[in-house]
Design a protein around this ligand. Structure first.
Ligand code: UD1
Length: 313
């Protein structure tokens, strides 16, 4: 059945892939972005679809969002618009609170008012903090270590409260380290794989902070887009919070071995002091989302990395 979905942060890295997935399923999508960190080029393909409507607006602007709810009958909201940088959340906690907490609450209340049941929210593995046991399970008690993580957790709690109070079908997805095409490499806090890919493509050496033995649970944006889409469309979702991850740990040194194969001419890697506050190992347990949605991340890391590295060359 064709329905209309609202996607905020549509011009972002994860947003644009999610929009494409939904359009590929024959759905209609209204995509909102204020282009603060998103890029309109990311929506070039989506905008050629007659089932896509592009809206330049801030997802935190309640009046602007209300107009959209009045114009459409949304079957669900995928809320990805956010302040995405953890360091920026330290520098500007007020902006973090507005974008990562208040905007979520505004949108969720619009859903209640306009009887839009499904609300899929982009949360983060950052909510676990450093103390939780590995692999991170949703039942662990979260320990946010940044304003960013605190706001994401608070927003989850609000949504689950609305679920209990009003029957909102809230699905909070805790993304681990997402990678893939269109991730912006320009900030020092950009995802490590977007930085490495950009530098290798330009023939520049990469810098590893620490000894390279730190591990991450890298999940392809294509798998993430599918998790988002299924969470919106599936008729049997269960309210709650879910890891979006692979359950497999990959070290930066393993990553570098793959890059050396793909880019034999790249100068030797520089090793520098580990970053302050860096997490040694991050790994998620994918079981809960698998049980709920029959969702499994299927893109193998080596394959996903190759696709990323060989794109746009
Ligand atoms: C990620 C999230 C962050 C979240 C955290 C929670 C991203 C981009 N960031 O941070 O929002 O709070 O998980 O656990 O997904 N590195 C290098 N060289 C570089 C860049 C990075 O060696 O040029 C290293 C980092 O020091 C780190 C690893 O690569 O050890 C991954 O870094 P990064 O991609 O920034 O993600 P996280 O630190 O895991």
């Amino acid at each position: 059945m064709m329905s209309t979905y609202l996607v905020t942060g549509a011009a972002g890295f994860i947003g644009s892939h999610s929009v494409e997935w939904l359009l590929g399923q024959g759905q209609r999508v209204v995509g909102v972005d204020n282009l603060r960190t998103g890029h309109l080029e990311n929506l070039a393909d989506a905008r050629s679809s007659p089932r896509f409507e592009w809206v330049l607006a801030d997802a935190g602007d309640e009046a602007a969002m209300r107009v959209l709810f009045e114009q459409h009958r949304f079957a669900g909201v995928l809320h990805l618009a956010a302040l995405v940088s953890v360091p920026e959340s330290f520098r500007d906690p007020a902006l973090n609170s507005r974008l990562n907490l208040v905007a979520v609450d505004n949108l969720a209340r619009l859903c209640l008012e306009f009887d839009c049941k499904r609300f899929v929210f982009a949360s983060s593995a950052a909510v676990y903090g450093t103390a939780a046991a590995l692999p991170n399970r949703e039942s662990a008690s979260p320990q946010p270590q940044s304003p960013y993580a605190a706001a994401k957790l608070a927003a989850e709690v609000m949504l689950l409260g609305y679920a209990a109070s009003y029957g909102l079908e809230a699905v909070c997805l805790r993304y681990f380290n997402v990678y893939g095409p269109r991730q912006d490499p320009t900030s020092p806090y950009s995802g490590v794989l977007s930085i490495f890919t950009d530098r290798c493509q330009r023939g520049l050496p990469v810098t590893v902070y620490g000894d390279g033995e730190q591990t991450r649970d890298f999940v392809s944006v294509r798998d993430v887009a599918r998790a988002n889409g299924k969470s919106l469309l599936d008729t049997g979702v269960v309210v709650g919070r879910y890891n979006v991850c692979t359950g497999r740990a990959v070290s930066l040194n393993q990553v570098l071995a793959i890059y050396r194969e793909l880019f034999p001419g790249v100068p030797p890697t520089t090793y520098a002091e580990a970053r302050i506050g860096d997490i040694r190992h991050s790994l998620g347990d994918p079981q809960l989302l698998q049980d709920m949605l029959r969702f499994e991340a299927v893109i193998l890391f080596a394959q996903g990395l190759r696709e990323l590295a060989l794109a746009n060359r």
